[in-house]
Each structure stands twice: as C-alpha cells, then as structure tokens.
Design a protein around this ligand. Sequence first.
Ligand code: ADP
Ligand code: MG
Length: 235
Amino acid sequence: MAQIELRGIERVFKLGDSEVHALHELSVSIETGEYVAIMGPSGSGKSTLLNLLGLLDRPNAGTYRLEGRDVTTLSPDEQAEVRSHRIGFVFQSFHLVPRLTAAENIALPLMLAGVPPAERRSRVTKALKDFGLDTRAGHRPDELSGGQRQRVAIARATIMRPAMILADEPTGNLDRATGQDVTALLEGLNAGGVTLIVVTHDPVMGSRARRRLMMEDGMLTHDDGSPAVPSLQYD
Ligand code: ADP
Ligand code: MG
C-alpha cells in the first residue's frame, strides 16, 4: 500500500463565467520515505496539487487515499485531525504568526492538539536546539532573518512528528546559501524517514530529489518514477 494514492483527480476553479482547470486526470502514488520534487512552469498546478495533498483543499473529482484511507470524503474536522497529526506544511512566505515568538509559533500545533504544558515546553526546547534557534526563542518573526523564519516554520511543521512534509517553494524567498541550509535541513528530515514532497523551481534541488514529477497545464507530463516498487506504482 502506497502512503499516498491519487486517482483521477480533477480540480476546477470557477471565476465568474470562466473556469480554470487547475488539475486534470491526475493519478500518482508516492511511497513512505520518498523524496519527490514537483516541478513545472508557473500556473501549471503545483501549489494546487500540494494543497490537495495537505488536505488544505478538496478535489472536484477523483480520490485521495492517504495511508490506505480515503480522505476525500472526510468532514472538515476529520481532515484537520489528519492534517494535524500526519502532515507538516512549509510555505515560501513562512506563514508564521507575527505576534507570537519563535517558541510560541513552534508550540502552536502542540497547543491545538492538547499536549500538556510540561511536555510542550520540553519538546519546543528540544526543537529550538535542533534547529539552531535556542538564542532566538523569544524573538518575534520580524526580529528574525529569512533563514531563521523558515527554520521556525520547519520546526513548527515537524513538532507533531508528521509522516510527510509538504513544502511549497521553501527556498523561494531565501538567498542561495540560506536556501541550501534549508534544503539540507529538509533532506535531513527525509533521511530520518519522513516523506518529503517539495515544489521547487530550483534545478539543483530538483536534481537532488530521488524522483521528479513534471507538471504542465494541470497534468502530470513526466514522472521518473520510483523503480523500487513498480508493481505498487501502477496497479
Ligand atoms: P503553480 O503553483 O504551478 O504556479 P497553481 O496551482 O497556483 O500553479 O495554479 C494553477 C492554476 O489554477 C492557475 O491558472 C491559477 O491561476 C489557478 N488557481 C489556483 N488557485 C486558484 C483559486 N483559489 N481560484 C482560482 N484560480 C486558482
Ligand atoms: Mg505555486
């Protein structure tokens, strides 16, 4: 059983009288622990696909099975529960809460999940240390560099120990060196067994991934596959 199975996904946005077919006949399977880069021109549907994978959006047609379970038909509350425990999301523009400190931003998913304060504190302290942020715990996002903000965002995305990390152009707002640090951090998490799916324009990151999905006009035009499990891929 693949961790992720999309079958016949369609996503249509209606804007007044016109329709945008953002995803069309999209089927793909992704195994636990894979490192996948999603690439393609602007407007080809990459973010739409990632948002569906992250249960931030629903398809108009098709099915999404996550860890064997059809998640397309879950209620919003049930989807939020799956998202909270299984999925970590990292965005290009960080999406931190401006009024909260680094430590409070990282603690947010634990608070929402009802993790008791003592355990929360110890997990946040460890995360701050692991991500090289221990001296920045009390800083708000506007008091942090871009690289530090993205590290806070990755710490927040991983604090619930998700099974997969979805990152939408995570290095898009960072300079080259800082972007490489963030890439290394994400790859380290993948080396620890977490599935890593990254939308990227960066050919270097694209070439480092173990599998590339190329998109054009809402369709998958190329998949260089995970040859280790062909029978599960296209059954
Ligand atoms: P990419 O991330 O590859 O640049 P997107 O997935 O953001 O592309 O967008 C794919 C297409 O869907 C584009 O034509 C975009 O304008 C359209 N689109 C995306 N989100 C929405 C939305 N919420 N409402 C209307 N159209 C959208
Ligand atoms: Mg996008």
